[in-house]
Design a protein around this ligand. Structure first.
Ligand code: ADP
Ligand code: MG
Length: 474
């Protein structure tokens, strides 16, 4: 891939000057996070980690990622309405993975009672890396789709200005003018506002379901403030608040201390640690309600790694989206090799292949949030240990994507300024709203580029590994 900053990246004096400008610009622009020491208050904040330089992204792949986003929105929405598919696909997983099993139990319980919810809102982010082929050409390969709590749509809208300024300081005024504007938070808020409107109660509020510890609050505030600007009231509550204050009326309208809730936007609830017994009860209450959940539990299940793996099986997309061959071709072109580790011959064969050649693969459990996948020698050891046990079924295998690294500086508070070999991951935000059977909104809402040093196989921004970036199209 092109390395557009080759001439400045090794110029120590220029880099130091630009980094000082970059950090102050980030603080001024609101690229902010609470600190690890004071994660519960905004008295002391710092900049969210970001790259000094925007990273090169091939224009054609960037456009390809945008062009396929509406297809993925349709697909996720279709999966969420297909009980038979979810049941069959997750049958083996829920036998061994307690977290997925508990989500699935709530899903079945809600279906049995009959859905009260009639308006559906999906906010997802489809993530990709640029796989470098033997001939040096890069291909867009999907890492995963996040169907719950996809973050950084707020902070990422502020990095282009910061990087534009950095490029100017480095004498690259022309290049600075080519950075694209990007505001996912606005698009996400548009979807939430549409769902709120269709819910149809002026008095009702939007509830952000937030974490106990809210370090990334500024990212959420970007979406929140867009809603206030539309005169939509927003409240922020945790699962335990829902347990204590939440109730349903006879038509299953959701109330928090007497205040009706139109939309529940989850920024929490995607890992087992988010739940104790009370929180599971709160989740069930929310799912049973008429309120628009973003996502509803079916859509959360649609985002599991197991579902992703099944989608890559020949014929699956055709069954889920009949009559849409073009959309299917666009999506399939982004799939990397994905393999089931279910018990049986197919699983035995791929497990043996991965044990023999672990560097070709990534081993993934049904978890979100970064830091859970296994690579290389660790992959080999774990797979060796579980290859003959049902536990194997809780994982999937995926071909490892191998992007071409580029030099950059990762700016982090209290860290030395040093050059790193880096790789990037591009995310496209998708938003859709469905009323009954009618899709009333289906859009790509913006992008997120995250970059990390190649030493780290795994991990996102919140996990402290990747940092925010801006694409520079080449
Ligand atoms: P999570 O739900 O934890 O975010 P991901 O599937 O996104 O799980 O994986 C986490 C990180 O691991 C990604 O951001 C990426 O850096 C790395 N990763 C995941 N899958 C692959 C792959 N197939 N090839 C190379 N790196 C991968
Ligand atoms: Mg991820």
């Amino acid at each position: 891939m092109a390395a557009p900053w080759r001439d400045v990246v090794r110029d120590a004096a220029a880099v130091r000057e630009a980094a000082a400008v970059a950090v102050d610009a980030a603080l001024l622009a609101g690229v902010l996070m609470r600190t690890g020491e004071q994660p519960q208050a905004s008295d002391v904040v710092n900049y969210a980690p970001f790259t000094l330089l925007p990273s090169a992204v091939p224009r054609a792949l960037f456009e390809q990622a945008y062009a396929v986003q509406q297809d993925f929105n349709l697909l996720v929405d279709a999966i969420s309405q297909n009980k038979e598919f979810l049941e069959q696909t997750l049958a083996s997983t829920i036998k061994v993975d307690d977290f997925t099993a508990q989500l699935f139990r709530i899903y079945m319980q809600v279906l049995e009672e009959g859905l009260a919810q009639t308006v559906f809102l999906g906010i997802n982010r489809s993530d990709y890396m640029f796989d470098c082929g033997l001939d040096g050409t890069a291909a867009l390969k999907q890492i995963e789709i996040n169907t719950i709590a996809a973050s950084f749509g707020g902070l990422t809208s502020r990095t282009a200005d910061v990087h534009g300024l950095v490029l100017k300081v480095l004498g690259k005024t022309e290049e600075a003018s080519h950075l694209l504007p990007n505001n996912p938070a606005k698009g996400l808020a548009l979807g939430i506002a549409k769902a709120w409107e269709l819910y149809g109660s002026q008095r009702a509020v939007v509830m952000f379901l937030v974490e106990e510890i809210q370090r990334n609050i500024f990212d959420q505030r970007c979406v929140e403030n867009e809603l206030w600007n539309r005169n939509i009231r927003v409240i922020r509550k945790r699962f335990r608040d829902v347990f204590e204050q939440g109730s349903l009326d006879a038509s299953r309208r959701l109330y928090m201390d007497g205040q009706e809730v139109a939309v529940v936007y989850y920024r929490e609830g995607y890992v087992p640690q988010n739940y104790d017994r009370q929180n599971w009860e709160a989740r069930l209450l929310l799912e049973r309600s008429r309120a628009v959940k973003c996502p509803d539990i079916a859509t959360q299940l649609a985002g599991t790694k197991k579902v992703q793996q099944e989608l890559s099986r020949p014929g699956t997309l055709e069954k889920l989206l009949p009559g849409r061959p073009e959309a299917i071709a666009r999506m399939r072109a982004t799939f990397a090799g994905l393999y089931s580790l279910d018990e049986g011959e197919e699983g035995d064969r791929i497990a043996a292949t991965a044990i023999a050649d672990p560097d070709r693969f990534v081993l993934k459990p049904q978890r979100e949030g970064g830091g859970n996948n296994l690579y290389g020698e660790e992959l080999r050891q774990v797979l060796e240990k579980i290859k003959d046990s049902p536990e194997r079924t809780s994982y999937i295998l995926m071909d490892k994507i191998k992007p071409q690294p580029a030099l950059n500086y990762l700016l982090r508070a209290h860290s030395p300024l040093q050059v790193s070999e880096c790789i990037s991951e591009l995310g496209i935000f998708g938003v859709y709203v469905r009323q009954g059977q009618e899709l009333v909104l289906n859009q790509a809402a913006g992008h997120l580029l995250r970059t990390k040093a190649i030493e780290h196989a795994d991990g996102g921004v919140a996990a402290g590994v990747a940092v925010l970036d801006t694409p520079y199209l080449v």
